[in-house]
Structures are given as structure tokens and as C-alpha cells.
Design a protein around this ligand. Structure first.
Ligand SMILES: NC(=O)c1ccc[n+]([C@@H]2O[C@H](COP(=O)([O-])OP(=O)(O)OC[C@H]3O[C@@H](n4cnc5c(N)ncnc54)[C@H](OP(=O)(O)O)[C@@H]3O)[C@@H](O)[C@H]2O)c1
Length: 254
């Protein structure tokens, strides 16, 4: 039987890389995508190949519709199918919540272009391929920031709120052929937060997170990958859902 195909945007690092590796370890072929430096993407591709996957590495900026369509054309030419699309690529600007002057319209547009429009363009470009085989799924990587009003900036949390709403809209639009769900992770141990906050603030944020989360933990990229695997492959009667993976942060310790 032909191997199934998982397309993961932003898979040269963090959550996307862990997701590509997990699908590869389960006997799937994977498309690894990045938008800037090729070396990390090639390293992830090598790990996936070592797990037995055929891998396409594609440089594409998901905010550019032509790039999304070119990615779909490459998947079509290589495998003639796509079974799961994980819209994981994300953008933000770290800006103080209390300083409304720290963000301007251009910041909002740049963040929305990747986090919202990018996911939309990818869904549109890949829908014809996803429809070819029953059970196909799209998984959008959102954030708990959309629900708590926390995170790197107001523009970021608003973009992830829009992504949650779009998840429901796309679930209606693409059913019954394609299920569309989202994951809302809490703090995940990736370069995203490490680089964004810097070493001292990052460690303090991790400790503060653990102090509030009922499970006394932060999230690993592999935790999110496992949820993408569940929603993309196994949750055959679930669509339009936004699933928290937050180690119980939202419950807050008593
Ligand atoms: N880390 C957290 O605490 C956390 C929490 C909740 C949600 N999330 C979400 O999880 C997702 C992944 O974050 P991460 O923590 O794994 O970050 P990461 O380690 O910084 O990885 C981000 C990935 O996205 C790629 N990327 C960025 N802009 C892109 C674009 N326009 N087109 C294609 N690829 C692009 C990056 O590659 P290039 O550098 O080559 O572009 C990289 O592969 C994001 O959507 C983020 O909002 C993260």
C-alpha cells in the first residue's frame, strides 16, 4: 500500500519538527517546510529519513499564496496524495501587553499573514489532494494565548483567536471529506519562547507556569505532536474542535 503523507508547515524546528518525526516514525512520508535557513530543515529531514520516510524539503513562506500552491504541486508530483496537513508555522512579535504603542497595524498584518491567512491558503491549496482519500485531516496549531489573553503580544493572541474561529469555519466548509481541528498548547519548550524571552526571563516563565499548572509541568514539542497525530489520524468523528494541551494551566492550582 502507498504510504500516507503528512505535510507540516514550519517543521524545521520545535513542534513542527517533532510532528514530522512522529509521523515518519509511524510509517508516513513527510513534507518538511521552512521559510528561512535550509540547514535545520535538512537536519529534520535526515532524522525522518532515518525513520524510513520519504521526505520532501520545501522552502515556502505560508503567507505567500504562490508558495502554498507550489508546495501542493510538489506534494502532488512526488506522492499524488496528502492525508494530513498540520498548519504549524507561526509568527509573533514580543511586545508588552500594557504598552499599546508597542504594536502598530503593520505588526498585526504581518502576524495575521502567517498565522491566519497562511493557514487558510494552505488549506485551500491542499484541499484537492486531501479530498482524494477518506479520513483526511487538517490540524491548526493555535495557542492557549487565544483563550487566556496571555502570550507574546495582543496581536498574536488575536491571530490565534481568529485561527480558532477559522478552524470551525473550515470544518463546515470542508466536511464531510476533511476534518479540521486545532490544538491550543500552553508553554512549549522550543526556541520560540527561549529566543523570544531570552535565557533569564525564559527560566522564570517556565517556573511561573509550573507553579500555576495543575500537572506541574510545561509542554514538550512531542506532547503537541502526539495531539496532532491523534486529531489528524484517530479522531475520526471530531471536527471543528480546539483542544487545549496546557498541563492544566487553565484550571490553575487551588
Ligand atoms: N512555543 C510555544 O510556547 C508555543 C505555544 C503555543 C503555540 N505555539 C505555536 O506553535 C507553532 C510552532 O512554534 P514553535 O514553538 O515550534 O516555534 P519554533 O521552534 O520557532 O519553530 C517555528 C517554525 O516555523 C517556521 N516558520 C516561521 N514562519 C514561517 C513562514 N512564514 N512560513 C513557513 N514556515 C515558517 C520556522 O522556520 P523558518 O525560521 O525557516 O521560517 C520554524 O520551522 C507556532 O504556530 C506557535 O504560535 C507555540
Amino acid at each position: 500500500m502507498t504510504r500516507k503523507v503528512c505535510v507540516v508547515t514550519g517543521s524545521s524546528s520545535g513542534i513542527g519538527a517533532a510532528t514530522a518525526r512522529l509521523f515518519a516514525s509511524q510509517g508516513w512520508n513527510v513534507l518538511v517546510n521552512y521559510s528561512r535557513a535550509p540547514e535545520p530543515a535538512e537536519a529534520v529531514a535526515a532524522q525522518c529519513r532515518a525513520l524510513g520516510a520519504d521526505v520532501l524539503v520545501v522552502k515556502a513562506d505560508v503567507s505567500q499564496d504562490a508558495d502554498c500552491r507550489a508546495m501542493a504541486a510538489q506534494a502532488q508530483a512526488r506522492w499524488g496524495r496528502a492525508d494530513v496537513l498540520v498548519n504549524n508555522a507561526g509568527a509573533t512579535k514580543f511586545a508588552s501587553m500594557k504598552d499599546l504603542d508597542a504594536l502598530d497595524a503593520d505588526d498585526f498584518h504581518k502576524i495575521y499573514a502567517v498565522n491566519v491567512v497562511g493557514a487558510y491558503q494552505m488549506a485551500r491549496a491542499f484541499a484537492p489532494l486531501l479530498r482524494l482519500h477518506p479520513g483526511a485531516g487538517i490540524v491548526n496549531v493555535s495557542s492557549i494565548a487565544s483563550m487566556l489573553g496571555t502570550g507574546s503580544s495582543i496581536a498574536y493572541m488575536a491571530s490565534k483567536g481568529a485561527l480558532n474561529a477559522m478552524t470551525v469555519g473550515l470544518a463546515r466548509a470542508l466536511g464531510p471529506d476533511i476534518r479540521v481541528n486545532a490544538i491550543a498548547p500552553g508553554l512549549v519548550e522550543t526556541p520560540w519562547m527561549q529566543d523570544g524571552l531570552g535565557p533569564g526571563r525564559y527560566e522564570a516563565t517556565v517556573q511561573a507556569y509550573k507553579a500555576r499548572a495543575v500537572l506541574d509541568a510545561v509542554i514538550s514539542p512531542e506532547d503537541v505532536a502526539q495531539t496532532a497525530w491523534y486529531l489528524g489520524v484517530h479522531a475520526t468523528k471530531t471536527t471543528g474542535e480546539v483542544l487545549l494541551v496546557d498541563a492544566g494551566l487553565r484550571l490553575t492550582k487551588a
